[in-house]
Design a protein around this ligand. Sequence first.
Ligand code: PLP
Length: 438
Amino acid sequence: MKYYSLNHNTPKVSFSEAVVRGLAPDKGLYFPESITPLDSEFIKNIERYSNEEIAFQAIRQFVGDEIAEQELRRIVAETINFDFPLVEVEKDVYSLELFHGPTLAFKDVGARFMARCLGAFSKFEQKKVTVLVATSGDTGGAVANGFLGVKGVDVVILYPSGKVSDIQEKQLTTLGQNISALEVKGTFDDCQRMVKTAFLDEEVNQVINLTSANSINVARWLPQMFYYFFAYKELKNKSKKVVFSVPSGNYGNICAGMVAAKLGLPIHHFVASTNANKVVPEYLQTGTYEPRESVATISNAMDVGDPSNFVRIQEIYGKQIENLKAHLTGYSFTDEQTRAVIKETKDQINYLLDPHGAVAYLGLKKELDLKSDFQGVFLETAHPCKFLDVMESITGEKVLIPEELASVMCLKKNSLRIDNQYEELKGFLTKKTQQIVV
Ligand SMILES: *Cc1c(COP(=O)(O)O)cnc(C)c1O
């Protein structure tokens, strides 16, 4: 499989090159050259197959022959070795719970898959790959955990000192092995600026293979399509049309769902549900795409003003807004609406939504009002305990912290404090490289 840049100003590359590079040299996102539908018999009989087999069949063409079948099967199995429950919360309304992975974040799947792909490639490479990420909270934990112990890959995570929650900080700083946490005396924006400078620094890139681990990377983006297959497999009534509502920030997750639909999975409609950051819902209404600064909300993983995967969505639907609108509706909800629905569902159906899942639930209900002959699935992307303060202020009750998270709180933090100056990061990266060369 080859990948082309959506800016069309650079040669096509292989899967491994697309993964190692992250972004194309012309700054475009990579996109697969073709998407070939799966055998319709396979989808018709999906209940007969294990999640591992389904995921393998779904991802296989996008990897091509660069990873041998047996190894790819192993990678897929390790990526998804936890539960993906589909819970019917009301008649014809399902919650797909994507928070049962090691860091209780849906980003676990993408991070685990990408890490293992890099590990597989590095067997043939002389140089190690260093994954460099700035995090404001959740992404860092999923990436750190996903890459833990993967041979040939080092991870360097920058986070703003004092600005991530205690749980999040522990998730980043207690792993050790190939994971280094740099605690930056500054803001998230400082961290992000330092990381971007490093990617553009030729001196650094000559000695060290740097890559990023956000959803622009095809190996983090594509495996998210597994969720849609797993949900469909679990639906009892497959003759009823299905709509998926996805809480969207950078639009990587929903865009992976659209790839699943291209592969032949019978998804009849998508809802992009979001908070006050509503560039995409507005685009669908007005036809004008106007990126802007993000605004802060209680569903903060979706506080994105210029979603990076939107260009991929446009590519999938041939850059035709009418075509896109036939498959996608966008809704935006306020924090007040989000708080109200969390309280309401807790009281009335005894189901605890996190702020992101709550936004997705709102979007789904709104769409089902218009589509009474449909059933719907909304994606629950994080465990409510990751937003303790918000949740407890809404429900007035303590949220139980699952054991996996509680145990990390007892471990000792291990981070290196640095100033918010690029030279400090550069010093760390180049010194590390010398250690590797020696
Ligand atoms: C990252 C994230 C999202 C948004 O996903 P995108 O793929 O960026 O649209 C939604 N919910 C949670 C909890 C997240 O961490």
